[in-house]
Design a protein around this ligand. Sequence first.
Ligand code: ADP
Length: 946
Amino acid sequence: MEKEDRTKQPEIPEKDAQEEPTGSIRQELTQEDVQRLSEALEMAFATDGKESEEAGAESESEAEPLPVPRPRRSRRSAATRREEREAREAREREEEVQSRRRNDDEEQFSIPEVLPVLPLKDTVIYPFSLQPLGVGQERSLRLIDHVMNSNRLVVLVAQKDASMDMAGPDDIFKVGTVSRVVRMFRMPDGTVQIVVQGLERVEINEFVQEKPFLAAHITPRPEIQEQDNETEAIKRNVISYFQRLVALVQNVPEGVAAATLNLEEARQVAYVIATFLQMDLELRQKILELDSVRAKLQELSAFLTHELEILELGKKIQTSAQEEMSKMQREYLLREQLKAIQRELGEESEEQATINELRAKIEEAHMPEEALKEANRELARLEKMPTASPEYSIIRTYLELLVSLPWDKSTGEKIDVARARQILDQDHYGLEKIKERILEYLAVRRLKEERKAEELEHQSEADKAESGGESEATHPAAPPPSQERLRQLNREPILCFVGPPGVGKTSLGQSIARALGRKFARISLGGIRDEAEIRGHRRTYIGAMPGRIIQTLRRVGSNDPVIMLDEVDKVGADWRGDPSSALLEVLDPEQNYNFRDNYLDVPFDLSRVMFIATANSLEPIPAPLRDRMEILELSGYTEEQKLNIARNYLLPKQIEANALKPNEVEVDDDAIRRVIRDYTREAGVRNLEREIGSLCRKAARQIAEGKQPPIHITAEVVPEYLGRPRFFEEAAERIDRPGIATGLVWTPVGGEIIFIEAAAMPGKGQLTLTGQLGDVMKESAMAALSYVRSNAKALGLPENVFEDQNVHIHVPAGAIPKDGPSAGVTMVTVLVSLASGRKVRSDVAMTGEITLRGRVMPIGGVKEKVLAAYRSGIRTVILPRRNEPDLLEDLPKELRDQMHFVFASDIRDVLNAALEPATTQGEQVEGEENGEERTHAQDERAAAKA
Ligand code: ADP
């Protein structure tokens, strides 16, 4: 046939290689390739290609394997496809005509005896197949050069080992395919690409040369072409399998799949389909080597069935997996679509609305810089986070806290001391000293605020002056107040109200807040053991929360409230940390402008908050905390004071709380007194308020039931309303024999009376103590016993008193632990009473400590104790002389008027005042009414008389 080859290419280095893609169908042909190949085909067979020399493509460099283009299946409309199909069918009809001519040509085609042999890596070329090949090795390039200059025919044969370069005669298979190089392209990078057309199967015999390229004798090996029905059936099978496979993998050019349908000859079918299947080299070579076409088809059929099975199974797996996936994806997609739709409509999605809302709130919150930065950072994280993520809600909660804190919201007005006085008086009866102290505190605070404002103003003026360009020389700027100075101005003690319940600590705090126009909040510290209660948990903990301080600020919504820290004396400490150290930080003006809650993690300025602490007792407050505080003691009220409070404050409050009108209930003073005496026994007025509330409720009920108001409540009818009296004056009843006396103790809920009993029984002088006594009390008892025994004679007792007896001292009444150094005198009195057989006066109560030599030592809590005695109906109280000044200072005048005090410096003063005369002698102890004036000599005389 054609022979116009006039190539003038230089010898080019060679490389014969063909990279195979994976997958069951060879994919190196794209639509374009098919197009190109069919053109080449036409050229080769029909027009006998005027070989095109690609201009400017010459190069000496090594050629690379032909890059394998991946098929891209373009989506086209049905119409285009139909047009294309019609065009193709027309072309195919045309081709059929030509192909007959071609066949004729082939027939004429004669195979030379000797031909160059080109080993291929991993590739088997079949007759009928049209294939691009990349050529790079020098040897191969020479071969191509030679071939292009002669008849363009070459034997293509697979080499056994693809990794081998320069395969020799023994490294290649014996059966190959005579092929024609139908086209050659020189690539810009110097490689050569050829398109070959497989023509005829040949056997390679002896080699005639190995250099510069392989050449060998060859003999054609025509296939056995069976014409039976079986072959036809297998052929059809193979075609239909191939169609199915193509449909499944969808990556074979359409033309190819369709073209196989039109193939008639079984041999053609076998080779064309084999060309497009991705088989391993052995199988490919086997299909070439099998002589029988039927056998070839059988191999293909087996391969195709296997492939189809795997593919179909894979497809099944894929679809079920896809169904799983798509369920999740569907929601996601729908949500995304929803967002897109909402965007289109100009609406916001829910998430976006949340984000926008938060952003607006962040702006409104006027946070300080650090907090603002943190807020914006978290907001940015939130924006990127799917709402379903658990972290989403954590961040959102955090941001909501940040924006809801009162960073710059304050309510406080300028402190008006006169108005504060008014308000304190309005809300509270009495408490003069406390009120004075509060007003002083407020006055100082006001001054400090003024000073601070002045200094800040100076500074800003100075700043302005500087920025205004005026030289420092003409306008010497005041030095700006340093942080140090500002803190100094902030520095002031924290008020701490100490006293029993119900004395008005909380309501004083409320009044202060009212006077300052600030919000009021309480934080109860009772029983707090975990530092995190104050300072919060780190956000990394699940369920983390801010501490109580930050929570409270959020709740009140202003940054300058009055916060009452209740029960600072009940803060505990354990392994969870020491809350009191966190409290210290909160209360310390040097630190609290920069308070950092663990949860919040950015500083919050607490310096504007006014903290007030309350406690029932002073001792348990940790010393460093106590140092920070200015202690104001409220010890309790007298009956008169209570009466006043009830009449003027509690009753009106309760009348209102029970929806009564002021004139609908009338309560006599005596009725109130009775309630105070018989129904409450407390230092404060909390129970009193409750009982009065009870009276009002009952009155309200009577009115509701139709009784004509006003309801008049007298002392006599109180039991009708409140039931049996709860307390009565028990001292008289209990002190009915020698060996029992009334003592006074201090407790956190106010003063208390206690009864101390002693009993003696035969024994060896042992002392037993019962009744929840603390160590100090036990020691008091021992000291008392020692004193009595060592001073028996002076006390008028037998010298061997209690020598052959065991003494038992018992302190009944309640389960309150009793401790404190104030029962010494009572113990001695009880023991002397027991030994002498003289009763202790039931209307006398006593308190005081003793030394072993009988001196009476001062004690604390005088006012509370006196009040307790008074509440219990006792009108004479024996006190250490050195406590006399306390009394004058603390005690309301009305109490001093009503009560009688005996000041003792020696135990004998106590005994004289406390013991009843010995009944047998019927003698009165001298000067008992003014024991304080007695001398030792007199005492001794009295004792001797006894
Ligand atoms: P505390 O905090 O000390 O336990 P509260 O402040 O709760 O006591 O007082 C209990 C009740 O007694 C409140 O209703 C309070 O108004 C009232 N109260 C206490 N002291 C006085 C007082 N001096 N004048 C008027 N009311 C008082």
